[in-house]
Design a protein around this ligand. Structure first.
Ligand code: PAN
Ligand code: ZN
Length: 212
């Protein structure tokens, strides 16, 4: 071993610098979230999940006796979400998948609770991955309309528009969503006054029926 060997040519200071450089590089390596484009399933260690059973959805459907007749553990929907910044922070974006089961409560399709965004001006995109359903939209004048959802349909939900999804098919309806991190969710208004119409199966066909 001569004076040119590694241990002699690298001073302790240089070695510390090399270690720091290594750590910096390591901390810049984020593992990305993966989206399964066949099922909509998100995977990664920063994914949050929530589930809504038929029991959680008391008060949502028109026919509460029909709801009570179902197995209380029936899963109506689950949501996966990637929230890279704190909820409410301005300037960020959120990403999620909703998996909505097929089913009926009386003649009303399984559906999400539905909400306004707390910040009413905030818009959102939905992209259907699998299954069939309806995106139900209600504007500020309480006019309710719906858009059919089928694999690969893209839906723009403008600001100031309450939104909910119903599954009109016989398999799981999965859709991706992207919305601003400061949108927030106002469920209270819909819980109190509802949508002006419900999507019901009338003569075998999904039909928006105005509330009387
Ligand atoms: C969606 C919804 C999701 C579940 O991610 O939150 O489909 O529906 P509810 O929130 O009405 O229970 C969305 O619209 N986010 O803003
Ligand atoms: Zn929303």
């Amino acid at each position: 071993m001569g004076p040119s060997s590694d241990s002699r040519s690298t001073s302790p200071i240089q070695r510390v610098e090399a270690d720091l450089e290594h750590k910096t590089v390591a901390s810049m390596l984020n593992t990305p979230i993966e989206v399964n484009l066949t099922t909509g399933e998100l995977s990664g260690d920063r994914i949050e999940s929530a589930a809504r059973t038929i029991t959680d959805l008391k008060g949502l459907f028109r026919d509460d006796l029909a709801r009570q007749a179902l197995d209380p553990n029936t899963l109506v929907y689950r949501v996966q979400a990637f929230l890279p910044v704190p909820e409410g922070e301005e300037g960020g974006m959120f990403w999620g998948t909703t998996f909505l089961s097929p089913g009926l409560v009386g003649d009303e399709y399984f559906m999400t609770k539905g909400h306004h965004h707390l910040q009413r001006s905030r818009a959102e995109f939905y992209l259907t991955i699998t299954g069939t359903g309806a995106l139900i939209l209600m504007d500020e004048k309480r006019r309710t309309t719906f858009e059919p959802m089928r694999p690969h349909t893209l839906h723009y939900i403008p600001g100031h528009t309450a939104h909910r999804v119903a599954n009109t098919g016989d398999s799981v309806l999965a859709f991706l969503a992207a919305w601003p991190s400061d949108a927030g969710h106002d469920y209270g208004t819909i819980a109190r006054v509802g949508f002006s119409a419900r999507l019901r199966k009338v003569g075998g066909i999904p039909t928006l029926v105005e509330e009387s």
